[in-house]
Design a protein around this ligand. Structure first.
Ligand code: F6R
Length: 365
């Protein structure tokens, strides 16, 4: 079942170009380069006041990335919380509100409780779900399937990028419905999404370079991940992935937060992974990277050719990704983030597909 892969996680990482392509084909008109949301939505994006998102773990980070998209592309305010907090917070929710829950399994107890709270507070609920027969899918007003296929590895990989593909399409649909996007801008964003599977295939070719890098990661006590804008949630996801399968302590931070505390951790032993595609916040992230370099930090830079040329700092390693529209960077940069965790775990000899203390589906709180 693993084909020629050593672990389900490896197989599932390599399936991403294909399953993301399927997911995109479900939500996009590839020929017309527009979004199509075939489901008759039981709400109207135009009248929406706010979106509230609740999810756990990796699905929560997908939601955090989507927050940037909904706000920028559809000018829709988004609040987001981990489901275990959302369900008990007694947050007042707007009259015309949409709640989005995101879950691979569709059975996560806290996410289900958040859905029920939101419905009770009069919200329409949209579920981004990989298991269409799940409890969360059944109880939602609208189901947006992710077409990742069964995910066996405990660490979520292909479900995450399919969640991003789905949420990106929904954000573009919302932008169009709200009159924020011109037809040209919609086509530009959709074209960027259509490129993603090809870009993911290119990113997967970083495997051998990351395998070498993983030997030094495996000797580390701690790893720090930094990013800005949508690369910030990806930094959080990178740290989570590394922790859960290699058991190495890792933290993700918004790069701008560095000087508010974590900079004290920088020394010549701790790798600092800087996620910095050449986008609108690149220069800001570079100045944070300079602060790390000035303190002798070990930098692993994830960027594109232009970013690598402009970085002007010596790094321990620079992973060069293809250039792409800034909208889609989280989908593609997810790949090296996953590969770093995977190869480090393999190097450590941990049980990659069944990490200790973790269950694939968390049906108790
Ligand atoms: C991390 C991971 C978990 C899940 C979380 C939510 O790799 O897999 O953090 O993302 O338990 O699970 P679902 O998506 O099934 O609700």
């Amino acid at each position: 079942e693993k084909g020629n892969h050593r672990h389900f996680m490896a197989k599932e990482m390599h399936e991403q170009p294909e399953v993301v392509s399927h997911t995109l084909a479900h939500y996009l008109d590839l020929a017309a380069e527009t979004v199509l949301l075939e489901a008759d939505l039981p709400f109207d994006f135009t009248g929406l006041e706010r979106i509230s998102i609740a999810a756990c773990g990796t699905a929560y980070y997908a939601g955090l990335i989507a927050k940037y998209w909904f706000e920028q592309i559809a000018r829709l305010p988004v609040e987001i919380d981990v489901a275990s907090e959302f369900r008990y917070r007694e947050a007042p929710l707007p009259k015309n509100g949409l709640a989005i829950v995101i879950s691979q399994s569709g059975e996560t107890a806290d996410t289900l409780a958040s859905l029920r709270y939101a419905r009770q507070e009069g919200q329409k609920v949209m579920a981004v779900i990989n298991v269409p027969t799940s409890t969360i899918a059944r109880e939602s007003d609208a189901v947006m399937p992710t077409l990742a296929g069964p995910e066996i590895g405990v660490a979520s990989t292909k479900a995450f990028t399919c969640q991003l593909a789905t949420l990106a399409a929904v954000a573009v649909a919302a932008g169009r419905a709200r009159g924020v996007l011109t037809p040209e801008r919609e086509r530009e964003l959709v074209r960027a999404l259509i490129e993603v599977p090809r870009l993911m295939n290119e990113a997967l070719r970083l495997g051998p370079q990351i395998e070498v890098l993983a030997r030094s990661f495996a000797k580390s006590q701690d790893v720090l991940y930094l990013g800005r804008a949508t690369s910030y949630p990806l930094a959080l996801e990178g740290a989570l992935k590394l922790k859960e399968i290699s058991y190495i302590h890792a933290e993700g931070y918004a790069a701008g937060e560095l000087k508010h505390g974590p900079i004290a951790l920088i020394d010549e032993k701790m790798p600092v992974v800087v996620i910095a595609p050449h986008d609108q916040v690149f220069d800001k992230t570079m100045s944070n990277m300079q602060e790390v370099a000035a303190r002798g930090g070990r930098i692993v830079l994830l960027t594109d050719a232009r970013g690598a040329a402009e970085a002007g700092i010596e790094t321990e390693a620079t992973l060069v990704l293809p250039e792409m529209h800034p909208f889609v960077t989280p989908l593609v940069y997810a790949i090296p983030i996953q590969l770093i965790a995977y190869h480090t775990a393999v190097q450590m000899g941990t049980d990659v597909d069944q990490p200790r203390n973790l269950a694939k589906s968390v049906t108790v709180e």
